[in-house]
Design a protein around this ligand. Structure first.
Ligand SMILES: [Zn+2]
Length: 272
């Protein structure tokens, strides 16, 4: 596809060059008055031709970006999975700069009802942020991307959507009432993807919204100023050690693999 487009562009450029050369050489053989008339006509035409060529080039690059390059890089690896975290076994970088500048609020009206983090009552980490809504409210894609999953999970997310974004992140939208988008749909930030609801493990209508990078949940409120519907910065620095720790607190506690603090070590020694 790229080769076809490229060769078409080269052919068009070659034709343009040849015809210009032909016109230029023909001009010298014409009488002066006629020649000047031609020059004026050509001068008047040139900007129009240049404009058309520019638009074609921009469109060509846009097509290339959306169809080929992005699909190859971000949307091929770990794509064919129905897991919310498909990145098992992947090498996750220590840090990564993520472009979050295209953010659009997933909901029109923002009301944070529950924050990201460890919930002692349930002894687990809440890997997203909860945003109150009315059943049927439009839920929108937070960034440009491609829909990976539209599924139902009775005990958890209810009806949920996972979108992978051009910046390599994934967002999860849970407890929905109806899908608008379907898997493999290309979406722009702000495109409607579903209607909000109260499905799955939910105690009231809300959107459970997660932001992840390579499967690791990031506190959405560290990227996005929800009330003001804008990212804090155009880029967000993913820090694997920091974000990994934030989402596995409970697992480490329950399996007793957590590195003991100096205080608890000395306490343990005293008991012996
Ligand atoms: Zn939630």
């Amino acid at each position: 596809m790229i080769i076809k487009k490229l060769s078409a562009t080269i052919a068009a450029a070659a034709i343009a060059l040849f015809s210009q050369a032909f016109i230029a050489s023909a001009q010298y053989k014409l009488p002066e008055a006629h020649d000047n008339q031609h020059k004026e006509l050509l001068a008047a035409q040139r900007p129009i031709a240049a404009d058309i060529k520019l638009i074609n080039t921009v469109k060509f690059i846009e097509d290339l970006r959306s169809d080929d390059i992005l699909d190859n890089e971000v949307f091929s690896e770990y794509w064919e999975s129905q897991l919310v975290n498909p990145y098992t076994g992947a090498t996750i970088p220590d840090t990564k700069e993520l472009d979050v500048s295209s953010y659009v609020s997933p909901l029109e009206n923002i009301r944070v009802t529950s924050n990201f983090g460890y919930r002692p009552r349930f002894r687990r980490v809440h890997k997203g942020i909860d945003l109150g809504l009315h059943v049927g409210d439009t839920v929108r894609a937070a960034f440009d991307g491609k829909v990976r999953i539209c599924r139902y999970e009775r005990r958890g997310y209810g009806y949920y959507v996972v979108i992978r974004h051009d910046n390599g992140m994934e967002t999860v939208y849970g407890h929905l009432s109806k899908f608008i988008a379907k898997p493999n749909d290309r979406v722009k930030a702000g495109d409607p993807i579903a209607l909000g609801g109260n499905t799955g493990r939910s105690t009231g209508p809300h959107l459970h919204f997660e932001t992840r990078y390579m499967g690791i949940a990031i506190n959405p409120a560290s990227i996005i100023d929800f009330e003001n519907k804008t990212p804090f910065n155009g880029t967000f620095t993913f820090d694997r050690a920091l974000h990994d720790k934030a989402q596995t607190t409970t697992v480490k506690k329950s399996t007793k693999r957590r590195v003991r603090s100096t205080a608890s070590k000395s306490r343990a020694r005293r008991k012996k």
